[in-house]
Structure formats: structure tokens, C-alpha cells
Design a protein around this ligand. Structure first.
Ligand SMILES: Nc1ncnc2c1ncn2[C@@H]1O[C@H](COP(=O)(O)OP(=O)(O)OP(=O)(O)O)[C@@H](O)[C@H]1O
Ligand SMILES: [Mg+2]
Length: 232
């Protein structure tokens, strides 16, 4: 059984003037504990693919199986719960709540699941340290830089120790050193917790942290010609 399997996904967007077909017969398999990068030009459909695979949006046709569970078989409520328990998401535009502080944003999935206060405290401390946000715990989201917001989004994605992490450009707004720290931290979590990860990136260095690199092209998802860092 795969951690994530997509079979023949199709997705089009309909605007008033035209229909844009973005995903055309996309299939993908990710094994448990595998870390996979997806690369591709701007507009090729990487975010669309991530949104469909993670259940935020639905494909027009095709099947998505997570540990053998078909996402389409869940009710909306079941899907929300399943996503919160199993998935970590880093969105390209972060999607943080401006009415909450840094710490509250990171803890939100745990708060929604009514996780024990001590557990929350421990996770928050660990993640603030890992992402270098200790000093900013009580700050408002609007008072952060882009890179700081990105780190909050990453911390939130990992707070429930998810089985599967979807990250859209997780290091896009970070300086080289912070990006490197975050990538090592993601690779560590991948190794320690056997979390599977699907990372969209334009950066070959970030992709090199993954076991496998795929390119999203007009002809579907193809293996990138360069190999991942199997020795990491
Ligand atoms: N909600 C929407 N309605 C209509 N068209 C959309 C919508 N979302 C995306 N698109 C179009 O679908 C195509 C794929 O967009 P998507 O955001 O998936 O690309 P991407 O590969 O993530 O690009 P980038 O690297 O710039 O983030 C683009 O042509 C985009 O304009
Ligand atoms: Mg995108």
C-alpha cells in the first residue's frame, strides 16, 4: 500500500471566457517515508496538483488514495478531520490567521483536535526552537516578514506529527542559511517519523534533499533527469 497514490487525475478550471485544463491524466505513487520533489515552470499546475492530492480541492476525475483510503469516500467533515490528523500543509501563500499570534497559529491544528495542554506546550517549544521563532511566539502575523511567516507555516504543518506533508515552495522566501536549516529539519522529520513528503520547489538544491524528483510537464509527471541525494 502506498502512503499516497493518485490515479489518472484530471482537473480543469472554468473561467467566464475559457476552460483551462491543468491536470491531464496525472498518476503518482509515494511510498511510506519517501520524500519527493515536484518541479516545473510557473503555471504548470504544481499548486493545483498539491491542492487536489491533499483534499483541499477535488479533481474532475481520477482517484486519490491515502494509505488505501479513497479521499472521495469521506464526507466533508470526515475529510476535514482526516486531513488534520494525517496531513501537514505548507501553502504557497502561507494561509495563516491574522487574528491569532504566531504560537496560536502553530498550535491551531492541536487546539481544534482538543489535544492535551501539556502536549501542546511541548510541541510548541520544540517547533519554535527548530524554526528559530522563539522570540516571536506572541507576535501578530501582520508584524512578520515573509520568511518568518513561512517558518510559522512550516511549524504548523509539523505540529501534529503528520504521516504526509505537502509543502508548496517551503523555502521560497528564506535566505540560504534558514532554507538549509528548514530542509535539514524536514529531512530529519522524514527520517525519524517516517513521514512522507511531497515538496513543490523551483530550487534544485531544495529538491536534492528528496529521494526522487519529478517534473510536471505537458506530458504528465516525469522523472527529473538528475538523481536525488540517496546518500543523505
Ligand atoms: N482558481 C483558478 N481559476 C482559474 N484558473 C486557475 C485557478 N488556479 C490556477 N489557475 C490556472 O491554472 C494554471 C496552474 O496554476 P497553478 O497555481 O497550479 O500553477 P503552479 O505550477 O503552482 O505555478 P507557480 O509556480 O507560479 O506557483 C495556471 O494557468 C493558473 O492561471
Ligand atoms: Mg504554485
Amino acid at each position: 500500500m502506498y502512503a499516497l497514490e493518485a490515479k489518472h487525475l484530471y482537473k480543469s478550471y472554468h473561467t467566464r471566457k475559457q476552460t483551462i485544463t491543468v491536470l491531464q491524466d496525472i498518476s503518482l505513487q509515494i511510498r511510506k517515508g519517501e520524500m519527493v520533489a515536484i518541479m516545473g515552470p510557473s503555471g504548470s499546475g504544481k499548486s493545483t496538483l498539491l491542492h487536489n492530492l491533499s483534499g483541499i480541492d477535488q479533481p474532475d476525475s481520477g482517484e486519490i488514495l491515502v494509505n488505501g483510503h479513497n479521499l472521495a469516500s469521506f464526507s466533508q467533515e470526515e475529510l476535514a478531520l482526516f486531513r488534520r490528523k494525517n496531513f501537514g500543509m505548507v501553502f504557497q501563500d502561507f494561509q495563516l490567521l491574522e487574528s491569532l499570534s504566531v504560537g496560536e497559529n502553530i498550535l491551531l491544528p492541536m487546539i481544534l483536535d482538543k489535544r492535551n495542554g501539556q502536549e501542546q506546550k511541548q510541541q510548541l517549544e520544540k517547533l519554535l526552537k527548530l524554526t528559530g521563532l522563539e522570540e516571536l511566539k506572541d507576535r501578530g502575523i501582520t508584524e512578520l516578514s515573509g520568511g518568518q511567516k513561512q517558518r510559522v507555516a512550516i511549524a504548523r504543518a509539523f505540529v501534529q506529527e503528520p504521516h504526509l506533508v505537502f509543502a508548496d515552495e517551503p523555502t521560497g522566501s528564506l535566505d540560504a542559511e534558514t532554507a538549509e536549516n528548514i530542509l535539514h529539519c524536514m529531512a530529519d522529520m522524514n527520517r525519524q517519523a517516517q513521514a512522507s513528503m511531497l515538496i513543490v520547489t523551483h530550487d534544485l538544491y531544495a529538491a536534492s534533499f528528496c529521494h526522487r524528483i519529478l517534473s510536471l510537464t505537458e506530458n504528465g509527471l516525469l522523472p527529473y533527469e538528475q538523481e536525488g541525494r540517496w546518500d543523505r
